[in-house]
Write a protein that binds this ligand. Structure first.
Ligand code: G16
Ligand code: MG
Length: 220
């Protein structure tokens, strides 16, 4: 049976990907090359420094660690300015309703995000009170597809992995759920998230009743 839901943040509950993209694009422009929306797809769910490495490879640049840290900080300052202006209107369709549905049905709720800015986003959008546990990029050593972020979330909730479902928009996140021994629901397209137990276009297509049907179906 399902006792807990663990949510990725960016791309599942809020659309911060567009702000990450604007900030990375600006950094690329300052470094003298173009960074397309298609390039940006490769950064989804990836940590800040790993994202920078991908961006620099697009521009054919190799820089030393001190310079890279400075560039990542510059990008994060622009990004932080943008997320500082976020409010509840930027919660993705169906997300708030599904979080409420989970709580009303007695399911535990955790966040499992790679972002070090997760608390700012949760507070500005008013989502913080919906979570029993919050695991973000400030609390983990290994990034997805390593299962750490979800394993830590489940243990903080006191629920064993086989009773957990992960909601993710990134392939690396679905793989992290699998390695954690948890079920997963992909938010997006089956072409990239085919490894998930179920794929839906958005949380607007999700209810706790439907989640329980799927879990029951898998046991049969
Ligand atoms: C998010 C985004 C990634 C971003 C990462 C780190 O992860 O999907 O694009 O690079 O966080 O973010 P920050 O620079 O704020 O620490 P998630 O796991 O919420 O999808
Ligand atoms: Mg994501």
């Amino acid at each position: 049976s399902i006792k807990a839901c663990l949510f990725d943040l960016d791309g599942v509950l809020v659309d911060t990907a567009k702000y990450h993209y604007l900030a990375w694009k600006r950094l690329a422009a300052e470094l003298g090359f173009e960074f397309t929306e298609r390039d940006n797809e490769r950064l989804k769910g990836v940590s800040r420094m790993a994202s920078l490495d991908i961006l620099l490879s697009v521009g054919g640049l190799e820089l030393d660690d001190a310079v890279k840290l400075e560039l990542a900080e510059r990008k994060n300052n622009w990004y932080f300015d943008m997320i500082s202006k976020m409010d509840a209107s930027e919660i993705l369709p169906g997300a708030l309703e599904f979080l409420k549905d989970c709580r009303e049905n007695g399911l535990k709720v955790a966040l499992g995000s790679a972002s070090k800015n997760a608390m700012t986003i949760l507070n500005n959008t008013g989502l913080t009170p919906y979570f029993d546990a919050i695991i973000d990029g400030t609390r983990t050593a290994s990034a997805k597809p390593d299962p750490e972020v979800f394993t830590l979330g489940a243990s903080e909730l006191g629920i064993s992995p086989e009773h957990c479902v992960v909601f993710e928009d990134a392939e690396a996140g679905i793989e992290a759920a699998r390695r954690a021994g948890m079920r997963s629901v992909g938010i997006g397209s089956p072409s990239t998230l085919g490894a998930a137990d179920l794929v839906v276009a958005s949380l607007a297509d999700m209810t706790v009743a439907r989640l329980r049907d799927i879990a029951a179906g898998q046991q049969a």
